[in-house]
Design a protein around this ligand. Structure first.
Ligand code: MG
Length: 339
């Protein structure tokens, strides 16, 4: 089966610059793809690279798209290297949409609502935000740590946990910032407390340290920066990683591969946003809410208003996400707005 193929680079400033471990990020750059069959039926996808996470760059993805040409085969994914996880994600979704006899079934009746984790700002500013988000109905919270010194942040942890009702859980994300001593201090402090997990306590390259910490402390640990694509997640699994894998479906690879890996290995996964636009996020959320139980943990899709434009952000995200959220996004509108 041959399909027509087109791609459209986009560039969209963030409403407010996004601070990351690698500096300040002012705009989202990516590529939309469109695959169409003979009857004019079209499927869309989004390539949303995070080169700081070790994905392909936008330029590499654009070059790959250019070389694909104006026509592709249904088995095109077999020819996309695993390293190009963002390209694989976009083509996988677009092919699934164009190849399906009916559009992804609206999950009427079986509609699943998935909890979303609320993001708390670094430092003491987390405390008032926790109060607000609890009132809004959130049950899971994520707090950025390793931003200030441990002496300043550890007392805030105590204050946050003191505010946390028994039904709620707190995740900590160190973004790989801690050395061994700091990590040990934190993990001692977290033991036996309502901490759901500690994300990336040390840098991805610190393989032995991460495996050792996971073994030595009762707190669940999660890998994020270390598992940018499915190949990396498989490697850590082979090394015996006993904790959580934070996967960003937009960069991890083709959704069908991600889902098959989780089903086969029963990996404990948190799904999270790569700050993609509403086009890519709607496709991911649609799969997650289709009810196949790939995760029991709150989603990391509470990224707020990134672009300050409903078309690009999708509807506001609250404590629960369902298929209606995805249905509110029209990929064609984004495709047309991209240039
Ligand atoms: Mg993280």
């Amino acid at each position: 089966m041959r399909y027509s193929f087109a791609y459209q680079p986009y560039r969209r400033p963030f409403r407010q610059p996004v601070r990351t471990a690698h500096g300040v990020w002012t705009e989202r750059e990516g590529i939309f793809v469109r695959i169409a069959g003979a009857e004019g039926r079209a499927g869309y996808g989004e390539i949303a690279p995070l080169p700081d996470f070790g994905t392909e760059t936008v330029a590499e993805a654009a070059e790959f798209c250019r070389r694909l040409g104006a026509e592709i085969d249904a088995d095109v994914l077999a020819h996309v290297p695993e390293r190009l996880g963002c390209v694989r994600c976009a083509l996988g979704f677009a092919l699934a949409e164009v190849g399906e006899a009916t559009p992804v079934a609206p999950t009427v009746g079986a509609a699943k609502r998935l909890p979303v984790a609320a993001l708390l700002p670094a430092g003491r500013a987390a405390l008032p935000v926790l109060t607000q988000r609890l009132e809004a109905g959130y049950l899971a919270f994520k707090w950025k740590v390793g931003v200030g010194r441990a002496e300043e942040e550890l007392p805030v942890l105590d204050d946050l946990l003191a505010q946390l009702p028994a039904y709620a859980r707190l995740r900590l994300d160190a973004n790989g910032a801690w050395d061994r001593r700091t990590a040990e201090r934190w993990l001692e402090r977290c033991a036996e407390r309502p901490v759901e997990f500690v994300e990336q306590p040390a840098a991805p390259a610190e393989v032995d340290l991460l495996l050792g910490l996971a073994q030595d402390y009762p707190v669940t640990l999660a890998l994020d920066e270390a598992v940018a694509n499915l190949a990396a997640a498989r490697d850590w699994q082979a090394r015996g990683w006993p904790g959580v894998f934070v996967l960003k479906p937009a960069i991890a690879g083709a959704w069908s591969d991600v889902a098959a890996w989780i089903r086969t290995t029963q990996a404990d996964v948190v799904f999270s946003s790569a700050l993609e636009t509403a086009l890519g996020r709607a496709q991911i959320v649609r799969r997650l809410t289709a009810g196949d139980g790939l995760t029991r943990r709150a989603l990391g899709f509470g990224v707020g208003e990134l672009f300050g434009d409903r078309r690009w952000d999708g509807p506001p995200v609250g404590p629960l996400l369902d298929a209606a959220w995805s249905d509110a996004t029209d990929p064609l509108a984004l495709w047309n707005a991209a240039p």
